[in-house]
Ligand binder design. Structure first.
Ligand code: FES
Length: 363
């Protein structure tokens, strides 16, 4: 019997429906977060579940789940504490923070405390070097931490508290965070709106303001809203735009047969992904005239068919295999002849020996 609830299955269907029908395997990343939200890690059952709902095999799912560090392969604590020990944070004290936490908690990298509350890991650059040293708890940031602050945070978590990170919303558990990473709104009270951006994050904005640089229509005082509020505002703006639209003009009469009016092409319904794939692989069935390296005939004549067999035969005739069945380039006789020619050329030029190329020619 599956360990996954009907609610998780419904969410899985919702995730898959976000992608085009022939691209459903793209749903794998959020699906892995989804199974992690139920079990706290990507278990063998989670791998099987993803494979089943996407029509993949378990090896394909496992290959993705083991590639990304955010997918945990063994049970993880309620709070994943990641301390950046990369270069910038390290010189600012990140290693000291990590070592102090490891000693205080009695665990090492990727290990969980006995009460199941905290999993500690050291992390590569967390992309917040200007706040270093940093640590995250379930991917929410604690900036400019020192060893004492870090110990205070983990102690509060183990005592049942949910401290505020430096930026963002109040901490939630790893399972709750995994729901958000799967693409579902966090409906907890204050989950989105009770934290603000840090001043260093706004530094570029402030500089732009000082220099009179602005984006038309952007209000720097725009509040960070919950998803429900944002959805409501978007719906209101859409209704307002619809109401302000002018009445549609009557449809023009169809051109009579034999009209000299130019043809109007239907809009290209291809997705940007299909266009990109075609551009990268112009032989894949659809002609893409502007693909790099594609020769487009301009005289209207069809390109001459390439006689692959004739070309192959000509190539084989020009490069007979050596008697010992080695490729022609490995023919010892040919190599000696090339060497002699090179030496003769060097003697004639009064310069050093020319360099024989791999194909027996000279450079
Ligand atoms: S080095 Fe720590 S956030 Fe970049």
């Amino acid at each position: 019997m599956s360990v996954f609830t009907e609610e998780t299955r419904a969410r899985a269907r919702e995730i898959i429906a976000r992608y085009p029908a022939d691209r459903s395997r793209s749903a794998l990343l959020p699906l892995l977060h989804l199974v992690q939200s139920e079990e706290g890690y990507v278990s063998p059952a989670g791998v099987e579940f993803c494979a089943e709902v996407l029509g993949l095999n378990k090896a394909q799912v496992g290959a993705v789940a083991t590639f990304y560090t955010m997918y945990k392969r063994k049970p993880t604590g309620d709070y994943l504490v990641s301390v950046c020990t990369n270069t910038m944070c390290n010189v600012l004290g990140g290693q000291e923070v990590y070592d102090t936490l490891a000693e205080h908690l009695g665990v090492g990298h990727d290990e969980t405390t006995g009460d199941g509350k905290i999993t500690l890991e050291h992390a590569e650059c967390l992309a917040a070097c200007d706040y270093g040293p940093v640590m995250t708890v379930n991917y929410d940031f604690f900036d400019n931490v020192d060893a004492q602050t870090a110990v205070g945070v983990v102690d509060e978590l183990r005592a049942g508290g949910r401290p505020m990170p430096t930026r963002g919303a109040r901490l939630c558990t790893l399972k709750e965070m995994a729901i958000q990473l799967a693409g579902f709104a966090d409906e907890r009270e204050g989950a989105v709106a009770d934290g603000g951006p840090g001043e260093p994050s706004l530094r570029g904005l402030r500089l732009a303001e000082q220099h009179g640089i602005s984006v038309p229509g952007y209000d720097p005082n725009t509040p960070i809203r919950s998803k429900a509020e944002a959805d409501k505002a978007a719906a209101e703006a859409k209704a307002k735009a619809e109401a302000a639209k002018p009445a549609p003009a009557p449809e023009p009469a169809k051109a009579a047969s034999g009209s000299t009016a130019p043809d109007v092409k239907a809009p290209d319904a291809k997705s940007p992904q299909v266009r990109t794939a075609e551009t990268r692989q112009p032989d894949a069935g659809t002609a893409v005239p502007d693909a790099p390296g594609t020769k487009v005939p301009t005289d209207g004549a069809p390109p001459a068919p390439r006689d692959a067999q004739a070309a192959e035969a000509a190539g084989a005739a020009a490069n007979p295999p050596a008697g010992d069945a080695k490729p022609a380039g490995d023919d010892a006789g040919a190599q000696q002849r090339n060497l002699k020619e090179a030496e003769a050329g060097a003697g004639a030029n009064g310069a050093g020996p020319a360099v024989a190329s791999e194909t027996g020619g000279q450079k």
